[in-house]
Design a protein around this ligand. Sequence first.
Ligand SMILES: Nc1nc2c(c(=O)[nH]1)N[C@H]1C(S)=C(S)[C@@H](COP(=O)(O)OP(=O)(O)OC[C@H]3O[C@@H](n4cnc5c(N)ncnc54)[C@H](O)[C@@H]3O)O[C@H]1N2
Ligand code: MOO
Ligand code: MG
Length: 423
Amino acid sequence: MVGARQCFAPTAVIKMLPAKEAETIILDLVQPLNSQQDAEIVSLEDATERILAKAIASEVDFPYWDNSAMDGYAVHYQDVADCTPDNPVTLEIVEEIPAGYPPQKTIESGQTARIFTGAMLPSGADTIVIQENTQREDNRVKIFASPEAKQFVRYQGSYYQAGNPMLRSGIVLQASDIAVLATAQCTELTVYRRPQVAILSTGDELVTPDTPLQPGQIVDSNQYALASFVKQNGGIPLCYGIIPDKPEALKNAIEQAVNQADIVLSTGGVSVGDYDYVDRILAELGGNIHIRSVAVKPGKPLTVATFDNTCLYFGIPGNPVSALVSCWRFVLPALKKLSGITDNVTPTFVKATTQNPLKAGGKRETYLWGTLEVIDGEYQFSITGGSHQSANLINLAQTNGLAVVPMGETSIEAGTEVMVMQV
Ligand SMILES: Nc1nc2c(c(=O)[nH]1)N[C@H]1C(S)=C(S)[C@@H](COP(=O)(O)OP(=O)(O)OC[C@H]3O[C@@H](n4cnc5c(N)ncnc54)[C@H](O)[C@@H]3O)O[C@H]1N2
Ligand code: MOO
Ligand SMILES: [Mg+2]
């Protein structure tokens, strides 16, 4: 726990933690959902983007049966091992096997079956000759080229053998996984329940978007931004709306949220102003405060607290850009780990060439928003035009990358390398 701050003590006593250190502390605080108590059954149709809570093994081999990979003829390899265009071999066609129908006959030496892609290989045959290398004459076929032994046969179990591990728990199910599950005939799966994330906007100046603005008011954009962020990342947003800067009202709302949600995100009220009550209330409610400030711009005030290991609380700054940067940089890894995801929970940083000079104050790791593109196979970063102040959410729209100017550095020249966080 970072040293406790007196409620209205000077800000100088609050230690700004480097981003990486804060990320480590936060991830250490996160207790992933329990794969039994926090799991639910979903149908395959509803499983996309859900996180597997129970590893999957199939009771059936794949391919299920030996079958043909091509349209052609099923043969004994020995019968056709030496054919050439000048010295073809003629075989008797004893059966036609379309996909979906079991073969009725055993192929003897000198015989063949007409076969189609996906159809079961008849017993006796071990190789497929593609029809391009043949010429049919009634119930006979001439083979003009020798295949390789076992060519174009997809053997039972050659891709997967029943009982082996198929999909591990902790993965986010994508279309390719869904295909595997369908093939394994898993029509119902055990996935982690979605985490519940309470969202509170604090501030007397805030109104909902449908309210005509009175002087001094501002629309509560954070509620919508954070709800969207939570949904995008598999959580259930519990929208608590606007809570006034009144300690009692705020305390009640925070207490309720902490009791209801896995994660609570409040915005505003975490800096040093006289109406910034969040830290004090968290302490009064018995929260264990681990972080109060991070060396990140925008997003310096960040309170991270835990309640009896059942709820992780993020007191996020009110400025709208700071709020989203804090979510991308610090809340997302926590949300992913809590959700049961086991791999790649931390943000992805890629090396890019910046098209523009990047400026920073040097005291904090600075995140500048813009566009990340791949041009001629290399990442290029273009900073968004306009003000990069934390209140300017307008030019944050369509951002897909945040260029990072490290702490201690004040500029990065155009045309040089910069690390960019993908968002
Ligand atoms: N003397 C100092 N003042 C400030 C410092 C400091 O170190 N010393 N830090 C500044 C920084 S950095 C930030 S970031 C903000 C953080 O302030 P709070 O988290 O306490 O947030 P508020 O004061 O409540 O609001 C800040 C700003 O954001 C607007 N806001 C708040 N909530 C919303 C919302 N839901 N939707 C849209 N906009 C919102 C609010 O109107 C304020 O303009 O503190 C600086 N001050
Ligand atoms: O850190 Mo504050 O978020 O600069 O605006
Ligand atoms: Mg404030």
